[in-house]
Ligand binder design. Structure first.
Ligand code: DAT
Ligand code: MG
Length: 138
């Protein structure tokens, strides 16, 4: 057993499309625990820290603008190997090619949406999870 915690974000597209419950349900059905949850519209400073690794990339500014466009649901999720497990539940980054059965593959494409509008974020390593949970839950 390797009990971990990860940061899951339901992005503004997921919140606006009222998919928060569907996404949380998939997390719980997998056996993971929702430890803490907050809903708010993040400010640029938080997003700049969260997405620091992507600064300078062409999609960085549109990504930050999109994430500031409405409420996000931030979730602290615990479970055995949950970091890798949630990434598997979420599917690959681009919803068009994400596998069926995943959050992004099943739900993540709607007319006119861009790649950054892919419903969820999940931390990608133990170090990222610690850093990101500190940012979003302090
Ligand atoms: P992931 O969210 O799968 O961990 P990432 O960390 O590489 O993906 O990128 C962070 C977010 O940035 C991603 O969820 C959507 C957006 N993004 C990544 N690559 C992109 C691209 N080529 N074009 C537009 N948006 C992109
Ligand atoms: Mg990432």
């Amino acid at each position: 057993m390797a009990i971990e915690e990860t940061l899951v974000l339901v992005k503004p597209d997921g919140v606006k499309r009222q998919l928060t419950g569907e996404i949380l349900s998939r997390i719980e059905r997998k056996g993971y625990e929702i430890v803490d949850i907050r809903k708010f519209t993040p400010e640029r400073e938080l997003l700049a820290a969260h997405y620091a690794e992507h600064e300078g990339k062409p999609f960085y500014e549109p990504l930050v603008e999109f994430m500031m466009s409405g409420d996000v649901v931030a979730v602290r999720v615990a479970g055995d190997r949950v970091i890798e497990g949630f990434r598997s539940l979420a599917g690959t980054t681009d919803p068009t090619t994400a596998a069926p059965g995943t959050i992004r593959g099943d739900l993540g494409r709607d007319w006119g949406l861009k790649v950054q509008q892919n419903l969820v974020h999940g931390s990608d390593s133990v170090e990222s999870a610690q850093r990101e949970l500190g940012l979003w839950f302090g």
